[in-house]
Design a protein around this ligand. Sequence first.
Ligand code: CQM
Ligand code: MG
Length: 365
Amino acid sequence: MRSAKDFFRPLAVGAPTPLTEIPARPSRAIHFFDPSNEKMAAKVPQMVGTVDVLLGNLEDAIKADNKVAAREGLVTIAQGTDGLGGPQAKTQLWTRINALDSPWALDDLTTLVPAIGDRLDVIMVPKVQGAEDIQYVDRLLAQLEAKAGLDRPILVHAILETARGMVNIEEICGASPRMQGLSLGPADLAADRRMKTTRVGGGHPGYLVRQDPPVNDLGISEVDANRTTYQQDLWHYTIARMVDACAMHGIYPYYGPFGDIADVVACEDQFRNAFLLGCVGTWSLHPKQIAIANRVFSPSVEDIRHARRVVAAMGDGTGAVMLDGKMEDDASLKQCLVLVELAEQLAAIDPELKKQYDALDGEEA
Ligand SMILES: CC(C)(COP(=O)(O)OP(=O)(O)OC[C@H]1O[C@@H](n2cnc3c(N)ncnc32)[C@H](O)[C@@H]1OP(=O)(O)O)[C@@H](O)C(=O)NCCC(=O)NCCSC(=O)C[C@](C)(O)C(=O)O
Ligand SMILES: [Mg+2]
């Protein structure tokens, strides 16, 4: 563990000073593309400005034979695409490097940082097991940033994909001032936990609770298979744990992948559960998931209307008032302010959303 006085010191001479606060940049959809896939790569320039984050994936889903092509493709795309990546860009540029124990991770970092370090906002590290993985990347990035003369630290995002990573979640979040956030890796995590699922995220029809049975005159249950069942969320515990760990450390939780690309309805449900629990965004694997993520992770106009009314009704923010038959007080005001602040951040980059929220301005509180 680093002492508090050293925590915000650069880990290499000449490396940029770590940030004391992680900027709340909109990142509703982190859209994955394979930089070695010509068709996908060709779509990147037209996606800039339409999605909050474009992520060049180098890890799983990239064939072993294409690992070098993906890395080089990402460099070409980052260098040749205007408006992509960097602190002022509307669309951030992230990458997911290969796992730290793979033959590719070191070359990923030593190639990308000198070539496109000024464009790369966040590096996603897969299969993080504990603070030691983050600390390794932290020091190496500092050395590479110093060598490349970068003036801004590249942030780090961990994917939770192992039981050990989940158990060590708080120490992972607090391992470095570079830590930007966490994502759920449901497929690897399920395998590591030996869950009996075969999907990439989403629910399972077998994970359910069933309505109580009818009871006969003697008070004995009559077993009836045709009772209503309610499918439960397999990921509730994991997401809730991520949200707490991130909130405690001032970093951001994200859902992750939803592999049933065709099922846009269940995808939206899963994303919304994560939004309501505190996540700021999710992954998009296919272009059609971007609009779903943008919709779900932007507060609705109705929520903002209500939140603004509570803010207005609460005056100096203390005490209790009645609004529409409900009690509002300091704590409900704080919840409303979370939504109002998020709406302001999103309106600053999303003109369509800004128009919708601005239309509320004339309404009476
Ligand atoms: C699902 C797939 C195979 C369907 O790909 P497709 O070609 O069959 O789909 P399509 O509907 O036919 O595509 C229509 C058009 O969109 C393009 N397209 C399609 N996808 C994209 C994209 N992402 N970005 C940009 N363009 C895309 C595609 O090339 C095509 O272009 P065309 O009209 O010119 O022919 C494809 O979308 C894909 O490969 N997506 C990315 C998958 C990925 O990144 N997986 C890894 C993340 S999940 C994960 O790793 C798990 C985790 C966290 O580790 C753990 O839980 O453990
Ligand atoms: Mg994985």
